[in-house]
Write a new protein. Structure first.
Lengths: 87, 403
């Protein structure tokens, strides 16, 4: 697997936002990228499938979730953590 | 227009396998939500639900019937039997021709889908039972009730997700009101607590893993339930002429569509349905003493519903009571409005307001009197029952007491 976690997460988010990966900046929030709550749930599903991980996320309390979704960088970091935990 | 009254009610749900037990549970604020007992539950991340426990279909139905009755149809037949026994109505001749069945269900025979998909996909079988189709179809419950009780008028099923029952009962109400029918058997049923049924809901990430706590700041999602409730709606003069006991009067109904989002609710759409039901009933906001809320326990529903009630009622929003009995029986999806109508009738007949249990902490976005944790004695003359479905389809019923 040549692509880094970061590249793959950005590719998933870009697809959801209908953008080119190059147009997704690490400090963007999902809101900046035009991703709504349904898009967020879909992105998390895609991440779980891509990395074969379980993301702890409840749409009722996104702020209290152990999974930080405040920016693209935060999501990448959280996914890296979950992937590392799995090994 | 003709008046429409309720002369019978029946139910089976997580709180009880008849109306008396269910109402006792609501009065006591008992919780029917518990650990799910179903195949492969260890592969689910949501493991709780308002499940009907200690249920033995073999004691109630014979082998041929079970071959044709999915669990949602069984629930419907059980609730119908209780409702019709209470009403005392039997159907023959002209009354049979002018009486029908309208039931809400979102999923229909979900257990039948689940079991047979498992058999062909997982177990690799190439043959299924010959009755799979008539068992799983959404109208199976309505059809079996029509056959069992000789109801020969308009009969059909309504599927509008979480508003199915209210839409169904609204149709039944209007058919009697406008003179198309004289009596209707109506309500709703759902039996979606299967591995596939729960798995599908898990995917949406809106389910709670521990409890349904509507309107509480600590709420973290909805909890599925299952069961049925069935009512006998009857034209007022017809019911009076035969000396039937009248449980309550249906006085208004309104439906709206948000026309906005497939899952996020709209305050405007909900408020229009609430105001519409009052207008249809000829009631003023001050007349309404209690609302049985949609109150799913999700972040999105509860704050939107409270804002809609505040819009529709103005200052009176602070004087009325609004509770979500889903905290006790769970969300019966297409059957939920029917079970919740039991709480509305209890409020009108007995002056007991069912509580919102699991309430821990006030939420400023849900700052209404939600009857937290303990049932309350209060005399109310008129009530509403809210249902707001995914897909933005809203249906609100208005009832009042009959002296």
């Amino acid at each position: 697997m040549a692509d880094s976690v970061q590249d793959r997460v950005i590719a998933i988010i870009a697809e959801q936002a209908v953008l080119e990966p190059g147009d997704v900046a690490m400090d963007n929030s999902l809101e900046d990228l035009g991703i709504d709550s349904l898009g967020l749930v879909e992105s998390i599903f895609a991440i779980e499938e891509a990395f074969d991980i379980q993301v702890p996320f409840n749409a009722n309390e996104p702020e209290q979730s152990a999974f930080d979704i405040s920016s693209v960088a935060a999501i990448v970091k959280a996914v890296e953590g979950l992937v590392a935990d799995q090994k | 227009m003709r008046r429409v009254v309720i002369t019978g009610q029946g139910t089976i749900n997580a709180l009880g396998q008849d109306v008396a037990t269910t109402l006792d549970a609501m009065r006591e604020g008992r919780c029917g939500i518990a650990d799910l007992e179903l195949r492969d539950v260890d592969r689910l991340s949501v493991k709780i639900g308002g499940q009907v426990k200690g249920y033995e279909p073999e004691a109630l139905f014979n082998r041929q019937q079970i071959a044709l009755y999915d669990r949602f149809t069984q629930f419907t037949l059980i609730a119908t039997k209780e409702a019709l026994a209470q009403s005392g109505l039997t159907f023959a001749g002209e009354l049979a021709a002018r009486s029908g069945v309208v039931f809400g269900t979102a999923g229909g025979g979900v257990n039948t889908w689940d079991e047979n998909y498992r058999s062909v996909y997982e177990e690799g079988k190439n043959r299924v039972h010959p009755f799979v189709v008539p068992k799983l179809m959404n109208n199976a419950a309505a059809s079996h009730v029509s056959m069992e009780y000789n109801l020969k008028g308009p009969s059909f099923s309504v599927a509008t997700a979480c508003a199915s029952s209210n839409h169904a009962m609204g149709q039944a109400f209007q058919m009697i009101r406008t003179g198309l029918c004289d009596a209707m058997v109506t309500g709703g049923s759902e039996a979606m607590l299967t591995f596939g049924g729960v798995k599908a809901w898990e995917g949406l990430r809106v389910m709670s893993k521990d409890a349904c706590r509507p309107f509480s700041a600590t709420r973290n999602g909805m909890v599925q339930g299952e069961g049925a409730a069935v009512f006998v709606f009857e034209e007022y003069e017809h019911a009076r002429a035969r000396g039937a006991e009248i449980l309550a009067e249906l006085v208004g109904f309104a439906m709206t569509s948000d026309a906005a989002d497939i899952v996020m609710p709209s305050k405007q759409g909900a408020a229009r349905a609430i105001s519409g039901a009052m207008r249809d009933a000829g009631l003023n906001p001050e007349d309404i003493g209690y609302i049985n809320a949609h109150g799913t326990g999700t972040a999105a529903n509860d704050k939107t519903e409270c804002a809609a009630v505040a819009d529709a009622f103005g200052h009176h929003a602070n004087d009325l009571m609004i509770s979500s009995t889903k905290s006790m029986h769970g969300h019966l999806i297409g059957g939920t409005g029917a079970v919740e109508l039991l709480a509305c009738i209890m409020a009108l007949r007995e002056g007991v307001i069912a509580p919102t249990i699991g309430y821990e902490e006030p939420d400023p976005e849900c700052a209404l009197d939600v009857v937290p944790n303990v049932a309350r004695d209060a005399k109310v003359g008129a009530v509403l029952s809210n249902a707001f479905a995914f897909g933005g389809l809203n249906a609100v019923l208005a009832l009042r007491a009959v002296a």
